[in-house]
Design a binder for this molecule. Sequence first.
Ligand SMILES: Cc1cc2nc3c(=O)[nH]c(=O)nc-3n(C[C@H](O)[C@H](O)[C@H](O)COP(=O)(O)OP(=O)(O)OC[C@H]3O[C@@H](n4cnc5c(N)ncnc54)[C@H](O)[C@@H]3O)c2cc1C
Length: 483
Amino acid sequence: MKDDDLKIQHRRRFLANAGATIAAGAVVPLVSKAAEVKAPRLARSKNTDFDVVVIGGGFAGLTSARDCAKRGLKTLLLEARTRIGGRTFVTHYQDHQVELGGTWIHWAQPYVWTEINRYGLTLAETPGASPNSFSWRTGNQTKNADGEKAFAMLTEAMNKYCDVDGQLGRTVYPRAPEPLFNIDGVRKYDAMTLTDRLKQINLRQDLSDLLAPQYTINVHRDPSTGSFAEQLHWWARGDFDISLLFDRCGHYKIAQGTSGLAQAIRNDGDFELKTGSPVKAVTQKGDLVTVSTDQASYTAAAVICAVPVNTLKNIRFEPGLNAAKQTASKVGVAGTGNKCYIHIKQKIGVWMGTAPHPYPITLAFTEQERDDGTLIVCFDAAGKLDVNDQAGVQAALRGLIPDAEVVSVISYPWTADPYSQGTWAFYHPGQLSGSWMGLRQQEGNIFFASSDSAELWRGFIDGAIESGVRTATEVFNSLSKKA
Ligand SMILES: Cc1cc2nc3c(=O)[nH]c(=O)nc-3n(C[C@H](O)[C@H](O)[C@H](O)COP(=O)(O)OP(=O)(O)OC[C@H]3O[C@@H](n4cnc5c(N)ncnc54)[C@H](O)[C@@H]3O)c2cc1C
């Protein structure tokens, strides 16, 4: 499937009276002219086309390509899509910039924050992360509270949920950037699902009702598919505080857009970029690695594979990859669902709503207060919300906002897109303690970078950059030894 086939899904019909400007063609192109310019340089490996070939132009691949090039390695980046940025994607809804994929970043995310400073980018905010009013679904009912009260209840519920050791879970991840530091603790909770843990604690009904959507949000599907050890790792990244976690995961975004950051990294890296180049095969013979697309083959001394775990299976590796990679790619990670923006006529202020599995919408909050209503950013459960069905979207939203009248919906089909096949990484039970190390493991001269197997902010833009920085260093060290 080509990118063009995966146009942004939106409801033109809703827009008839709204003067809509959004269109698939409005997607910001992320390929600069510099991308087509070849950058001849000193090859360390005299008998290969490149020192390094990087596969995948998301933040992991872009960062690793930039860092390899900065170390003097002749580097080629092959990207399947016709744009860079991977699971981030910027467009506009009328006058408002919207991020259809990865969005929110925070200064507690060290790798992305370093890049934001490096390129002089600035912050913007999504107001709904600190809502004045809060609604949540329970059974057939909608409950409402002011934001402060809801967060106080949520704090009580989440503290109890995560307090496995009388220290709010701190002993499981004494060092959050080293997730397996306490391997026995992690194994214990990695054997449990998100729902298993709820059964262990005796939570008051009102708190349980408020908590149920929260762990659904991790996976946007049946929470019994998600690992409780992953929940505890997210919790550790939020310094064991639900308000801090929300702030770090859903509040601050890059004013220049994720595309601004992706383009800054690309422009700073003197590497060759070929977009529209899906890699089909990677073959290692002796010290040589050959990377093949349908159009061409390239030889290199090292390869950095920076594609999502879910899509690894679509590349033929010879010799085959280790069992952890093969199995994880076949099964996929648990995190799924989708993200959409819904413009409604009503002015609802700074609001947040949540609903548990199997409700079609899991999390929604105010993105923009507008003169003509409210733009809501919304996460929907895998396969539960058809964004092309106006009546369905409106009915689902009315479960949280009873009088909602939908004007427009914008979305991107991340799960149908063959180059992502999902959204962000949240692991199934057993994957963190069982597969994570194998996912990161170097195989011969092939190195693996991905947010999906990062150490700290796994599943986030920060994790992608972390993995790109790490693999570029590993490749440089490895090639330096051989030089
Ligand atoms: C809807 C959504 C919301 C999110 N929200 C947030 C958020 O708010 N904050 C946050 O920090 N993170 C968020 N994330 C997660 C974050 O966007 C990702 O974890 C991160 O961007 C992944 O970066 P990556 O480089 O590891 O992978 P990707 O961005 O997926 O990059 C991999 C690249 O490899 C390419 N590729 C795949 N197969 C091939 C092939 N065979 N040949 C060549 N190229 C190939 C792909 O086209 C892609 O460009 C969100 C993700 C989604 C989808």
